[in-house]
Design a protein around this ligand. Structure first.
Ligand SMILES: Cc1cc2nc3c(=O)[nH]c(=O)nc-3n(C[C@H](O)[C@H](O)[C@H](O)COP(=O)(O)O)c2cc1C
Length: 92
């Protein structure tokens, strides 16, 4: 169940950050080797995701990045993601 626990932990961290008026940015695109080396991870630990937590700082990012952060989000409809009875049968 470690994948499930990791997902729950990450989601809880993101929700708590938002509840406290912060922003959490999840990242899968990083060097696992660099993280393992920088933080002296033992062989039993594996970096899976990095999550930056902070405040939005418009003056410190490019206009392109800023636009990406504040644009309205388009989310997939739940009917594409949540099924009942059998795979592909929308629950909502
Ligand atoms: C598992 C996961 C990995 C991600 N990896 C990256 C990443 O490596 N670099 C990046 O800029 N955004 C990455 N993102 C996207 C951002 O964390 C964020 O979801 C995106 O900017 C959209 O923001 P929003 O979820 O508030 O709409 C990742 C998101 C998830 C869920």
């Amino acid at each position: 169940m470690p994948d499930y626990a990791l997902g729950l932990s990450a989601q809880n961290l993101v929700l708590q950050a938002v509840a406290e008026g912060l922003v959490a940015h999840q990242m899968g695109g990083f060097s696992r080797e660099a993280i393992a080396s920088s933080f002296a991870l033992p062989s039993t630990a594996r970096a899976v995701v990095a999550i930056a937590v902070g405040t939005l700082a418009p003056l410190r990012c490019s206009p392109r990045t800023w636009r990406r952060e504040v644009v309205s989000r388009v989310r997939k409809p739940l009917s594409e993601l949540v099924f009942t009875d059998s795979w592909g049968n929308p629950a909502f």
